[in-house]
Design a protein around this ligand. Structure first.
Ligand code: GKR
Ligand code: MG
Length: 422
């Protein structure tokens, strides 16, 4: 044990790293993905790490909160929550890309809280010499399974060299992408990001994946690009092919209508994104699987509570991911280790980050899973040179807010962001 743990300062560093042209229902990923790295320093020289969104509006809130954390005892997460509430007042920050559901003031608070909670847990773990999963109740598994996360994509951003994953715009391209990703990472489940092409084409891709990978559970996620009627039809056509269908349509009532007829469970990271959504969604049986994401569910601790609520209601738990680096991967791994209710392999964007990272020795995938680190805290160490490089990227990227639709329109001015589209 160490002496004075109180927080002396908090540093928030926005970063940008290359992102391939991944297509989704909102448009296409920009050449740079944004994140922010949080360092919470304690008086006795320890540093706790966090990783969160890097959009300008979120950064402004982090900067507002950071000075208010001086003097915080990192073991007192209730005080962390109060300090954040006081510093934020009525401030809000909407998520503009809209792929993780509606924004609200309470969701904004949970996102800000999570940014610092992970860093406090990292500090706590270092102080007591235990991995973060032990602070979350202890691990129930040694290895956390992740899923291959396939995207339709172009070979390259306009004017740039092709990336290592190549083009995938049809079933053959998707199968080739799956094969390359599974060869490299050993994933045992496959998720396809849909909502890009007509549902018939995406169903064809799912059939092609089933033929190529007969034993891999499959998922399809069109980010609410479909009407209720289209969702019901697609669910019937994919009967027996999908372990779950993720966010086929928007809103809890819409999902409930689809769920009443769909042969497979519906999953979401869009219509149930804060505690207030749970009563309606669970009592109307709108979803069968919740994709937890500590980045907007108030952090790791609260995510374990949400998983317990899911378990109580017989709702399965999976895990959502946006573009992320190794601090988030470590946090997700500790969370996945400590959630008995995790019934599905978690999402991860790691393969899309092309080996770039902000930690010295990123946690590695073997046979589609990450072994839970046993070292104190999160078990990852910041690579300060990489942080400087990635911060330089941020300064030169010219992007301060994720905008898949705006970027798509800069390439195809006729692009129409409609939801539902089909
Ligand atoms: O990165 O394009 C993307 C994804 O669509 C992401 O933003 C979503 O939030 O992965 C997410 C999802 O499962 O909906
Ligand atoms: Mg999703």
């Amino acid at each position: 044990m160490t002496g004075d743990l109180r927080v002396t300062d908090v540093e928030v560093t926005p970063i940008a790293f290359p992102d391939p042209p991944l297509l989704n229902a909102a448009g296409v990923h920009q050449p740079w993905a944004l994140r922010a790295i949080v360092q919470v320093r304690s008086r006795d020289g320890l540093v706790g790490l966090g990783e969160t969104y890097g959009d300008a509006a979120h950064l402004a809130l982090l900067d507002r909160v950071a000075p208010a954390l001086t003097g915080l005892d990192p073991f007192n997460l209730s005080d962390l929550r109060s300090r954040i509430a006081a510093a934020l007042g009525s401030a809000d920050a909407a998520d503009r890309h809209g792929l993780i559901g509606a924004s609200s003031r309470s969701k904004t608070r949970q996102r800000v809280l999570a940014s610092f909670e992970v860093a406090c847990l990292d500090l706590q773990g270092q102080v007591v010499g235990r991995p973060v999963c032990d602070l979350l109740g202890g691990k129930v598994r040694d290895r956390v399974p992740f899923s291959a996360y396939l995207f339709y994509k172009w070979a390259a951003h306009p004017g740039a060299e092709p990336d290592e994953w190549g083009e995938a715009l049809d079933p053959a391209g998707i199968v080739a992408q799956a094969r390359a990703m599974i060869d490299q990472y050993g994933f045992g489940s496959i998720k396809l990001k849909g909502g890009v092409f007509h549902p018939d084409e995406e169903i064809a891709a799912i059939r092609a994946l089933r033929d190529a990978f007969p034993d891999h559970p499959l998922r399809l996620d069109p980010n609410a690009a479909w009407t209720v009627q289209t969702s019901i039809e697609v669910s019937a056509e994919t009967d027996g092919l999908l372990e779950y269908l993720e966010d086929p349509t928007a809103t809890i009532p819409g999902m409930a209508e689809v769920a009443a007829q769909a042969p497979m469970p519906l999953a979401t990271n869009m219509c149930v994104v804060e505690l207030d959504h749970i009563p309606e969604a669970f009592t109307t049986a709108a979803i069968g699987v919740l994709l937890a994401d500590h980045h907007y569910w108030g952090g790791l601790m609260q995510s374990t509570h949400v998983a317990t609520i899911c378990e109580t209601w017989g709702v399965g738990v999976s895990m959502h991911s946006n573009s992320h680096l190794g601090i988030s991967l470590a946090a997700m791994t500790h969370l996945g280790a400590a959630m008995p209710a995790l019934t599905y392999a978690a999402d991860t964007h790691t393969p899309w980050q092309l080996g770039v990272d902000v930690v010295e020795h990123p946690l590695a995938f073997a046979d589609g899973a990450v072994t839970v680190p046993g070292s104190p805290g999160l078990g990852v160490t910041l690579d300060h040179d990489a942080l400087s490089r990635l911060h330089e990227n941020y300064l030169k990227a010219g992007i301060t807010t994720r905008d898949d639709t705006g970027y798509m329109r800069s390439i195809d001015p006729a692009y129409d962001r409609r939801r539902p589209r089909w």
